[in-house]
Design a protein around this ligand. Structure first.
Ligand SMILES: Nc1nc2c(ncn2[C@@H]2O[C@H](COP(=O)(O)OP(=O)(O)OP(=O)(O)O)[C@@H](O)[C@H]2O)c(=O)[nH]1
Ligand SMILES: [Mg+2]
Length: 378
């Protein structure tokens, strides 16, 4: 095992040199102050690992050493992240506070970095937070009143992940359609042939509202049915829920060729990655989005983040199970205020002051990996 000594003006540069000369997996064995900055004792990881397997029978002891070394390496990296965080905060505290606000509220790194980069210079903290609120409100895409789905009528299918609230929302929309156009002008189509009891659920709502109900088993039957409903002002189609990655999701996209506009139903109370998956797999070409379960969503930031990045207009929000009461036109200021307030909640998942440097380190590492991928390096 060859151990090398590196002297650098600071630990960050030292570590960069170690990586440059010994590779990304180099292990830093120790650091100590040096008249010219800092001295690092380091070795290439491979040089440590090979003798441990081939020359030393005591593999348990060797792996203990390797574990210890990698723990030390992790500690050093975290310390460096801490330095970087401290420096960033000293240099640009307002921008860092803005990103903290967004992260705490459940917004993702991509949007947080974009907004932080666009923050006008010279604002104090209050002005920056005010700016952030305004920018979020302005960028949250809402379906305008003139494009009101129910007033215009048409053929709509509610699509989305299992249990997102498609059928309940369909009933709420149908009730409003009846208020606007009369029961004779509204038809419901039960097109969920997968879940037992799915058609029965729609039948109950159709009976309660006094509107006509039609059942189809597949898209061929739907294609045959739709021309018969051409005279209806509003046709609402209930589809089966699938996991976003299920290949059957693609069948939903063919609804477009039948002149059916898709409304993506997303329950806001999911983790950001699940919302993103639903948005990516169901959302392409959808006419609008409906956010449900806001009453069960302490931090709607992730859902708003996804809408802003995908530019999918929000048509309605739902905050409860009651049909038809719990369906509302969205109000951007209300939603943004709720999201930002969500960031102040004390939960076991909220970051404490001492967690931020570690978080910043992880984020910086992710960004570095993304950059390396983008440039084809590494
Ligand atoms: N709290 C709350 N519950 C809701 C909301 N919307 C729907 N639900 C409930 O969520 C559950 C699932 O709703 P459904 O409408 O059956 O969902 P779905 O998307 O049709 O489900 P699948 O057809 O099985 O994919 C039901 O218990 C609804 O009452 C809402 O806005 N808030
Ligand atoms: Mg359903």
């Amino acid at each position: 095992m060859s151990v090398q000594i590196f002297v650098a003006p600071n630990a960050r540069e030292g570590l960069a040199r170690v990586r440059r000369e010994l590779g990304d997996d180099a292990v830093v064995l120790s650091t100590r102050p040096h008249p010219q900055g800092v001295e690092l004792l380091a070795s290439a990881y491979g040089e440590l690992a090979v003798p441990a397997v081939s020359e030393t029978p005591d593999t348990a002891g060797s792996s203990r050493i390797l574990n210890e070394l990698s723990r030390l390496r992790g500690m050093l990296q975290n310390q460096l992240a801490g330095f970087a965080w401290g420096t960033g905060r000293r240099r640009d505290p307002v921008r860092v506070a803005l990103m903290q606000t967004l992260f705490a509220a459940g917004f993702g790194s991509a949007l947080a970095r974009t907004l932080a980069a666009r923050l006008p210079r010279g604002l104090d903290n209050d002005a920056a937070q005010h700016w952030l609120r305004q920018v979020l409100i302005r960028n949250l895409p809402l379906l305008g009143r003139d494009a009101d789905l129910l007033a215009r009528g048409g053929h709509y299918a509610l699509v989305g992940a299992t249990g997102s609230g498609k059928t309940t929302t369909l009933a709420k929309l149908a009730a409003r359609g009846v208020d606007a156009h009369g029961a004779g002008e509204v038809a419901l189509v039960a097109a969920d042939a997968y879940r037992i009891g799915a058609a029965a659920q729609v039948t109950v709502y159709a009976d309660l509202l006094g509107v006509s109900l039609h059942e189809v088993k597949d898209q061929t039957q739907l294609a045959e049915l739709l021309p018969q409903l051409a005279a209806k002002k509003l046709v609402l189609i209930d589809t089966a829920g699938f996991a976003p990655t299920d290949p059957r999701v693609r069948a939903g996209q063919t609804l477009d060729t039948l002149g059916v506009r898709r409304l993506l139903v997303i329950s806001a109370n999911q983790q950001g990655a699940a919302i993103e998956q639903a948005m990516t797999h169901f959302g392409q070409g959808a006419a609008a989005c409906i956010l449900t379960k806001l009453d069960e969503t302490p931090q709607p930031g992730a859902a708003l983040d996804s809408l802003i990045r995908h530019r999918l207009p929000l048509a309605y929000i739902s905050g409860g199970q009651r049909v038809p009461e719990d369906l509302h036109a969205p109000n951007a200021a209300y939603l943004v205020d709720r999201a930002l307030k969500g960031g102040q909640l004390a939960t076991p998942y909220a970051l404490e002051a001492e967690d931020w440097p570690l978080f910043a380190g992880v984020e910086a590492e992710r960004a570095e990996r993304r950059t390396q991928k983008g440039t084809g390096a590494g």
